[in-house]
Design a protein around this ligand. Structure first.
Ligand SMILES: Cc1cc2nc3c(=O)[nH]c(=O)nc-3n(C[C@H](O)[C@H](O)[C@H](O)COP(=O)(O)OP(=O)(O)OC[C@H]3O[C@@H](n4cnc5c(N)ncnc54)[C@H](O)[C@@H]3O)c2cc1C
Length: 397
């Protein structure tokens, strides 16, 4: 069966490897990080993606690792509580939806595949050359190898996409905001609690999940595109400190803790939009192809469902990659578009423009539990997410 190289060992890559192996293909995963990247932020798995996890036989384990968050508390500059929300509603979850740390999910997927999939860590593809019978791949560290197909599961700034489709700017759509997340000491002693401090054009937060002794700090802000070096973490930390200078609540303390953060992350909130996800023998999956942005809350679910559909389509096409890639695109595109649409609306509630809007949002939060129509209002928040998350009927391949 075909040898398939997958670039990226986070969510989409190992999930794809799982299904390819099940259908008798021979996948290899190359991951740039020196070892499995655990850590990260909370992510949601809902709708069709939960069904994929169930079909993988991993649902119990995923649920066991759930964050078990309890409440979101909104505070003013002095830390005084001005509103609360259930953690479920804050995350737009309902019913069986699961929230899990990205690193825990990556570990579960890796453990489910490591015994029969080859993982090559600390390496990256440098060139792809299509020949009559495959793709000749060269690597930074390993010797060149031939593969039948190559898959880019290497995230928003995909290396495979750059090599096969060219530079990223035509595909990346900036939604006008930035997000930063990093680990900090849990100096507030938070227990499965989310703290949020909204300010005009900015939102600052801190949370701690069931499994973690530490906490995560989260910073969101609206901004025109910023020029910075994506590999220069010191420069990015300086940028964040400048944007949030003078803010109240715990912000000065969180920014102080940023200096020691082992996992600092900053990026624009952007979507990947492409007319086609394959080129010859190269195809993209997950954020690399259709990243919906963290604001959609559906990136992981798209990656899991995309991996399932891609592997199944290749298997159903009997290894004819052209037919497999075409089926993958036609079966998945509507689902992708529905989930990408969530981001813009979610962002409006995540970062408010004026102090008046914030006061009104907090007033509504305090009022909501006492309103007769509160269930209808809650449905208005969760229904579009549920609809998008279930906007595909999974085939049996
Ligand atoms: C702050 C934040 C919050 C988020 N919140 C949510 C949420 O609430 N819900 C949700 O569903 N999603 C959320 N997401 C999005 C979610 O994490 C992604 O959509 C999801 O992880 C997609 O998985 P992926 O495997 O496609 O890409 P990634 O998880 O980005 O993985 C890409 C992998 O490729 C590797 N890689 C990169 N370059 C190379 C290279 N040159 N060679 C080899 N390997 C390489 C990387 O090291 C990484 O392991 C959030 C994302 C962020 C950043």
């Amino acid at each position: 069966m075909a040898d398939i190289l997958i670039s990226g060992g986070s969510v989409a890559g190992p999930a794809l490897a799982f299904w390819l192996r099940k259908y008798g293909f021979n996948p290899t995963v190359v991951e740039r990080a020196p070892a499995l990247r655990d850590g990260g932020y909370k992510i949601d798995i809902r709708g069709a993606a939960l069904e994929v996890v169930e079909r993988m036989g991993l649902r119990d384990e995923v649920e066991r690792c759930g964050t078990d968050m309890r409440i979101a508390r909104f505070v003013d500059v002095n830390g005084k509580q001005v509103g609360t929300m259930s953690a479920q509603l804050f995350g737009g979850r309902e019913g069986d939806d699961v929230e899990i740390m990205r690193g825990d999910l990556a570990r579960i997927l890796y453990d489910a595949t490591k015994n029969d999939v080859e993982y090559v860590f600390d390496d990256s593809i440098t060139a792809l050359e299509e020949t009559a019978d495959g793709v000749r791949v060269t690597f930074e560290n390993s010797p060149p190898r031939m593969f039948d197909l190559v898959v880019g599961a290497d995230g928003l700034h995909s290396n495979v996409r750059a090599l096969a489709f060219g530079e990223e700017s035509p595909f990346i759509h900036d939604l006008g905001h930035y997000i930063s997340i990093f680990t900090v000491p849990n100096h507030l002693g938070l227990d499965r609690t989310e703290m949020m401090h909204p300010a005009p054009g900015k939102s600052m937060g801190m949370y701690s999940t069931r499994q973690s002794a530490d906490a995560k700090a989260m910073f969101l802000f609206s901004s025109a595109p910023l020029a910075y070096d994506r590999r220069d973490v010191a420069q990015q930390k300086k940028l964040l400190a400048e944007v949030f200078a003078g803010q109240g609540w715990e912000v000065p303390r969180l920014l102080d803790a940023m200096a020691d953060a082992p996992d600092f992350y900053l990026d624009s909130i952007s979507q990947v939009r492409m007319d086609g996800w394959s080129s010859g023998r190269v195809v993209l999956v997950g954020d690399a192809a259709y990243g919906p942005s963290p604001a959609s809350g559906q990136g992981t679910s798209l990656a899991l469902v995309g991996a399932y559909v891609l592997a199944g389509s290749l298997a159903a096409a009997g290894g004819d990659h052209r037919a497999g890639f075409a089926a993958y695109e036609s079966d998945l595109r509507h689902f992708v578009e529905e989930n990408q649409k969530l981001a813009a609306n979610n962002l409006k509630g995540m970062v408010l423009k004026t102090a008046g809007q914030i006061r009104f949002q907090m007033f509504m939060l305090r009022l909501m539990p006492h309103l007769p129509g509160k269930n209808r209002m809650i449905k208005q928040i969760t229904e579009p997410i549920r609809k998008a998350a279930t906007a595909i009927t999974l085939k049996d391949y």
